[in-house]
Design a binder for this molecule. Structure first.
Ligand code: DX5
Ligand code: ZN
Length: 228
């Protein structure tokens, strides 16, 4: 299978919940040298998902150490109540889970008013028709290829076809500009399939970019090659 992508080549976004906090500055320098375009910040509140991870203070600290734009993945209930706490700036991405609030359209608008790109995040079981009244305002779709909450999980097989169906849906609505990001078990083998199904941005965690808690340049090069 080979589906049209919105990007000339795939983009890598390391999942910062996998980073080695003891050598954060060195890791960030390495990512800058590798030309990493986004830092994927997994935010978890223990309610939307049964886990806790990165918060605003960590992001502010990272933004002081490097200029790579943030790709903030809000796995939190009622994100509209919390956006103001995060250092969201022009050029960042903010992904809001469709399943996390009754005010989806409003919070996506809030993201855009902050100057960031507004992505809608969909859990594996969430159907694409939820985009029917959102496709006109979104900049991207984050397709969860695992159930959100933890690194180290296995791909949900049905999500591969969902990527292709999402590309087809967006193109049929005239939104050929909207990017598709995939998140979860992005190994080299899975990334090739995800790219062939239309994915543009790849969240790399333990499966594809990190070894023993540190960013692995060799793994990153293999992953970048796989999604070229
Ligand atoms: C899961 C996280 C993913 C995860 C990716 O909720 O959003 O970003 O950290 O890591 P691996 O590659 O281990 O699935
Ligand atoms: Zn994520």
């Amino acid at each position: 299978m080979s589906v049209r992508c919105a990007t000339e080549q795939g983009l890598l976004a390391p999942s910062m919940m996998c980073v080695n906090y003891r050598s954060l500055e060195k890791e960030l320098e390495l990512m800058e040298n590798l030309g990493i375009p986004y830092l994927h910040m997994d935010v978890m509140d223990g309610q939307f998902v049964p886990n806790f991870t990165l918060g605003p203070d960590f992001m502010k600290c990272v933004s002081k150490m490097c200029n790579i734009p943030l790709d903030i993945h809000m796995m939190v209930m009622n994100p509209e109540r919390h956006l103001h706490a995060f250092p969201i700036k022009e050029g960042d991405i903010v992904s809001i889970h469709y399943e996390s609030t009754v005010h989806v359209q409003r919070v996506l608008q809030q993201v855009k008013e902050l100057g960031a790109k507004a992505y809608i995040a969909l859990n594996p079981a969430t159907p694409l028709n939820v985009l029917d009244y959102l496709y006109d305002i979104i900049d991207g779709v984050l397709i969860m290829t695992v159930n959100p909450g933890f690194a180290g999980q296995k791909l949900v097989p049905a999500t591969l076809e969902k990527i292709a169906q999402c590309r087809e849906y967006l193109d049929a609505k005239g939104r050929t500009d909207v990017l598709i990001e995939v998140d979860g078990n992005v190994s080299v083998e899975n990334a090739k399939k995800m790219r062939a199904h239309g994915a543009d941005i790849f969240v790399g965690g333990t499966s594809g970019m990190f070894t023993g808690g540190a960013i692995d340049p060799e793994k990153c090069k293999l992953l970048a090659e796989a999604v070229r």
